[in-house]
Structures are given as structure tokens and as C-alpha cells.
Design a protein around this ligand. Structure first.
Ligand SMILES: Nc1ncnc2c1ncn2[C@@H]1O[C@H](COP(=O)(O)OP(=O)(O)O)[C@@H](O)[C@H]1O
Ligand SMILES: [Mg+2]
Length: 371
């Protein structure tokens, strides 16, 4: 806490993933919503190369001239994984004691090095409370195969899938094609196991497209996921809480393209959000129940958006994925669904901080060693 009794909240945004730009907008909305009477916000911008910058207007921090210039304009800081620091230290300074204390961190970096457990691991080492899922749930949520295996083990509905190593695809293409064709019919979906924003995701309609799709997915990850095609409506639910999570009303996305690809998400701007989704009461209850179960299955904390397919022909609900740091701009699905369920954006941010402090305090209750 500051001398004025305010809680120092580090909002970490930007980052090295393809979702850098979205993260800037998410962070701006969050910063604006944090009550200045209660919180002292410390914006922490992470550049595309991974440098941590502090000390200026967050909007300017990561935009403007090239990265080298920006590094000179702002103070470069780092969180050290040492619990005695409880904050950030100034880099390249003879005075290693210069610190910025952080009572809590709000990670707003989508994708790799933000949503995947790595940042959470650093914050665990530093013993700083943070918003959202812990290391395990974050890394499980990022790895689409790990998510599916855990959901399957919990008896939750998912589509058929198969994981292939890029190495095996490269060294043994023919055998891999046979394996895929034995298990799936066309069309099927091909994606990098660790990905986001639909980067590297393709719908393969025949063998030629399959080869192209496998090569593309293999550019982004060493593991490639093959999934049965599901002809379904895309339904999303927001989950909030720690051990007793609650689910929002479901919403629906109607992609403007053949599927919800990168262009449909960020470029074409014509995909439609329907909040709440038009579903029967029974379907709504079922979706909410499955979302909470999925959140629990991965040991979620704080928040996650659970994405579903509602199969058109059968009415079956299948869980597609969990996003542990979902888009958080004021027009993003995660906060919008809460708004529709009676929790305003500022209240949501408040609750997430309380949940983070609660989870941190709860962890302190466990013995750390046998002596
Ligand atoms: N098995 C599938 N069947 C039909 N459409 C799919 C399937 N998997 C993905 N999609 C489409 O591709 C989009 C992106 O895939 P997704 O697994 O959600 O990856 P990302 O993590 O990049 O959002 C989905 O929103 C959906 O439109
Ligand atoms: Mg998705």
C-alpha cells in the first residue's frame, strides 16, 4: 500500500505475442475502470521484444518511434523472482535498491508469455498476488490438447481430436496423412496446439488443403492439433470466482467469414455479438453449468471465458477452449457478458482484484516446507 493507503496495482500489458495490440486496448479500459480513490495504478508496458517499461502515459509507452527510442524514453524495470523485493527493480542502475512496490499485478497480456503461465510463474516466485488463473490453469488453458485431455477426464463434452508432433509430420508425411484420414473425415480443423487469435488455424476440405494446413500450423508450434469439424453456433460464457465460480449469461458470436478466423476477429469488423445468446432456458442453464465445470476442471481462478460449439444438427454442446486472459476492452465479450448479467465493468475489475488477494491469502495458509 502507498502512504495514502491506496493499493498499488501493476497493470502489465503489451507483450511478445501476436495479441500485443489487443492487449493495449484491454489494458487502457482496465486502467480507466480502476477506482483512483482505492488504487494507485502503475502501468507496465512490455514491448514486442519483452522489455518492461514503466513511467509514462500507457498509451504512449508502447507506441511511437522504434523500440530503441522508447527504451530511452522510459525507465526499464523488471520484476525479480525474489520475494524480498515484492515489486520491480530498476534495470541498468548502480542503485539496485531502487524499487517500485507492487501490492498486486493485473496481467493483461493475451497469449504467449502472459496467458500461458510464464508470467504467473514469475509472480509466484516474487510472491506478488495477481489477477486470474494460476500457473497450472494458465498453461493448461494455453495448450489446446492439455485442455481437452483434462476436460475429457472430467467427463465434459469435447470433439474428437488428435495431436501430431511437427517433427513426425515433417519426417513422415504419408503415414501421418493416413492416420488423420483413418480418424477424421473432411473437412477437419488443423491448428497449432498453442495459439490464439485463430493464427495458424485452418479448415481442411481435402488432402491438399490438409497438407497446407499442417505446414501452416507447424510454423507456429511444435505440436499440431487435428479436430473433427463441428457445424455449430459459437457460444461463449464468462466465468468469475475462485473455488465457487459463477457463470454469466451465454453470448453468441456469428463470424462474418466461413469461421471465426483472424480477419473475422480483428480486421473485417463485421462479426456479430449477440448478448445474451438466443437459446432455450434449458440450454442456457446447461451451458453455464458446463462452463463452471470446465473452469473447475483446469483449476481456474479469477476469470476465464469458456467457448463452446452448439452443434446445429444435434443440439449438442461441445467445449472448444478456455481463455484465461480473455479480451478485456469495453466492447469485449468477457466484460460485456458480465454487464448483461448485472456486473458492471468497474465492479468486475474490483472483484477480480479482491479474488486475487483472496487466492494469495489462501495460499499463505499452506505450509511451504516440512520444517
Ligand atoms: N473443430 C472445429 N470445428 C469448426 N470450427 C472450428 C473448430 N475449431 C475451430 N473452429 C473455428 O476456428 C476458430 C478459432 O479456433 P480456436 O480453437 O477457437 O482457436 P483460437 O485459440 O485461436 O481462438 C473458432 O472460433 C471457430 O470459428
Ligand atoms: Mg477461440
Amino acid at each position: 500500500m502507498t502512504s495514502s493507503g491506496k493499493i498499488q496495482v501493476g497493470v502489465v500489458f503489451g507483450g511478445r505475442s501476436g495479441e500485443h495490440q489487443v492487449s493495449l486496448i484491454s489494458a487502457q479500459s482496465i486502467i480507466k475502470a480502476l477506482d483512483p480513490e482505492k488504487y494507485q495504478v502503475i502501468p507496465i508496458g512490455v514491448t514486442k521484444h519483452g522489455s518492461w517499461l514503466v513511467g509514462a502515459d500507457p498509451k504512449l509507452m508502447l507506441s511511437g518511434p522504434d523500440e530503441k527510442n522508447r527504451l530511452q524514453m522510459h525507465t526499464s524495470k523488471a520484476v525479480v523472482g525474489d520475494p524480498t523485493h515484492k515489486g520491480m527493480v530498476l534495470l541498468n542502475s548502480p542503485d539496485t535498491n531502487e524499487r517500485v512496490k507492487l501490492d498486486i499485478v493485473f496481467p493483461v497480456i493475451h497469449g504467449t508469455y502472459g496467458e500461458d503461465g510464464t508470467l504467473q510463474g514469475l509472480l509466484e516466485l516474487a510472491d506478488i498476488p495477481y489477477v486470474g488463473c494460476g500457473v497450472l490453469a494458465s498453461s493448461v488453458g494455453m495448450d489446446k490438447t492439455a485442455t481437452k485431455k483434462i476436460l475429457r477426464d472430467a467427463g465434459l463434452p469435447i470433439g474428437n481430436f488428435l495431436e501430431v508432433l511437427r517433427k513426425d509430420w515433417k519426417s513422415n508425411q504419408e503415414e501421418t496423412i493416413s492416420l488423420i484420414e483413418e480418424n477424421f473425415t473432411y473437412p477437419c480443423f488443423i491448428k497449432p496446439v498453442n495459439s490464439g487469435s485463430s493464427v495458424g488455424v485452418s479448415k481442411a476440405r481435402d488432402r491438399n488443403q490438409l497438407i497446407e494446413a499442417m505446414n501452416l500450423a507447424g510454423k507456429y508450434d511444435r505440436k499440431i492439433l487435428i479436430e473433427e469439424y463441428i457445424d455449430g453456433r459459437e457460444i461463449e460464457v464468462s466465468v468469475l470466482g475462485n473455488d465457487d465460480p459463477i457463470a454469466s449469461m451465454p453470448g453468441e458470436i456469428t463470424p462474418c467469414n466461413e469461421f471465426y478466423d483472424y480477419n473475422a476477429k480483428y480486421i473485417d469488423n463485421k462479426s456479430e455479438l449477440s448478448i445474451p445468446a438466443k437459446m432455450s432456458d434449458e440450454q442456457i442453464e446447461k451451458t453455464k453449468e458446463l462452463a463452471v465445470k470446465a473452469f473447475r476442471a483446469i483449476d481456474g481462478a479469477g476469470m476465464a471465458r469458456v467457448d463452446f460449439f452448439l452443434e446445429r444438427k444435434t443440439g449438442r454442446l461441445l467445449i472448444n477452449e478456455l481463455n484465461t486472459i480473455p479480451g478485456f476492452t469495453n466492447i469485449s465479450m468477457y466484460p460485456k457478458l458480465w454487464e448483461a448479467s448485472g456486473i458492471s465493468y468497474p465492479e468486475l475489475v474490483n472483484r477480480l482484484i479482491d479474488l486475487a488477494l483472496e487466492r494469495h491469502a489462501e495460499k499463505q495458509e499452506s505450509l511451504k516446507s516440512v520444517i
